[in-house]
Each structure stands twice: as C-alpha cells, then as structure tokens.
Design a protein around this ligand. Structure first.
Ligand SMILES: O=C(O)c1ccccc1N[C@@H]1O[C@H](COP(=O)(O)O)[C@@H](O)[C@H]1O
Length: 220
C-alpha cells in the first residue's frame, strides 16, 4: 500500500474513561482495550472494556485486543464488550476469519503479526486478504509464556517496511514506539498508523506530557 503522509495514532492499554478522554484530547484516532492475555501491562476486565467502549464518541475507533485463537472464542469475547474493531494478537488456529466476519458484520478485524524474520513477511501476505488491517508488533508467541504485545521493544523496521510495501491493506506499526524514535520509524516504514502503550506512560499511567511530545514528534 502507498505510504501515508500523516499516520493515525492508536493509544493502547487504556484503563479508564478518563484515560480514554485524555488520549482523544491529545489526538488519538483509536484506543486499544486489552482483554485477558498470558502476559502484558495493559490487561483490564471485559466489563471495563465494555464501559470504556460505550463512552467513546464516534469517529474514534475502539479496539478489543483478544488472545482467543478460534472464531467461536473471538465472537464470544466480542459480544461481551462491543467495540468497533477486534485486534487479534495471536495466530488463528482455525483460519476462521470468514466465520467471524459473517457473525459480526460491520466489525473491523486487525491481525497482529509479530515481526521476527522473513517468515513474518510471508505470514502477513497470506493473511492480508482476510482482514481490514495488519498491525506489526514485537511479541514472541513461541515462548512458553507467550508475549503477544506490550513488550516496550522495537523490532527490525526493515522487515516491517517490506510488509507495508507488499500488502494492499493499511499497516499499523507498534512495538517500543515513543517520542524519541517515532520519526525514524515513520521515515523507514511509512505506516498507515502507529500503535503504542508503554511509550506514553509513567508508572503505568497515561502521561499527558509524553502524549503531547509523541504527537508533536509524529507531526514533525
Ligand atoms: O499491552 C499489553 O498488555 C498487551 C498484552 C498482550 C498483547 C498486546 C498488548 N498490547 C499491545 O502491544 C502494543 C505495543 O506495546 P508497547 O508500545 O511496545 O508497550 C500496544 O500498542 C498494544 O497494541
């Protein structure tokens, strides 16, 4: 897909209605709400995800992050929270994209690819026809306790650039982004969107100054 001039920003790990308002106030186009995960700093209860999603005004998107890996589990998780978008942070075991899209028309699907090596490029190209966007992150699903995001680590942006060039749907870049590296990340990858959690937080709480610095760095 063609490079984007002004990447959208998704702020992840939102943990209250107040954090949602702060992120939107500073310029976020989308918010991430992290469901049950094997690890990670941003996990909240489904009841809170539902409450925050309901409070967010259009046109701001709300992403449910789910670690469910089959269509039935993902559909059930979505029905407990009702966000606008589902972010699949692990690989599907049943290739159930069509089943999810039929059961949940109007809900956007974003598949996370954890960028590790050239196989990550093949994986992104294979999955792109089934989803609305791809999100490139720095987790490691091969560990005994899976890391499915929220690592605070960057990955090889040259691999991400190759993926962005070879898929025809929007690509979000995530993984260790913060004010002091986001310009370089944009210049290499030219993603449609940016996604971050730890880079705009202090002691786990969303930090207005870090948010303002981040958006200034994105705007160049
Ligand atoms: O943040 C979490 O707890 C989390 C857990 C499991 C999967 C994804 C998670 N968050 C996502 O990870 C990216 C990158 O985080 P960071 O900026 O490197 O800290 C974040 O944007 C969320 O989409």
């Amino acid at each position: 897909m063609r490079p984007t001039l002004h990447p959208r920003v998704k702020i992840c790990c939102i943990s209250s209605v107040e954090e949602a308002k702060l992120a939107i106030d500073c310029g976020a186009s989308a918010l991430g709400l992290v469901g049950n995960m094997p690890s990670g700093p941003g996990i909240i209860e489904d009841s809170l995800i539902k409450e925050i999603a309901r409070a967010v005004p259009p046109p701001i998107a709300t992403f449910l992050l789910t670690s469910e890996t089959n269509a039935d589990g993902i559909i059930d998780h979505y029905r407990r929270v009702h966000t606008s978008t589902i972010q699949l942070v692990d690989a599907l075991t049943d290739n159930g994209y069509e089943k999810i899209r039929t059961a949940l028309p109007g809900v956007k699907l974003v598949q996370v690819i954890h960028v590790i090596d050239d196989d990550s490029i093949k994986e992104a190209i294979r999955i792109a026809p089934f989803v609305h966007a791809i999100l490139l992150d720095s987790g490691n699903p091969n560990l005994e306790i899976k890391e499915l995001g929220g690592t605070g680590r960057t990955h090889d942006w040259e691999l991400s650039k190759k993926i962005r060039e070879q898929v025809d749907i929007p690509v979000f870049l995530a993984g260790g982004l913060q004010a002091n590296n986001v310009r370089a990340a944009i210049d290499v990858v030219h993603p449609f969107g940016l996604d971050l959690c730890s880079g705009v937080r202090t002691n786990g709480k969303l930090d207005r100054k870090k948010l303002v610095d981040f958006f200034e760095a994105v705007d160049g």
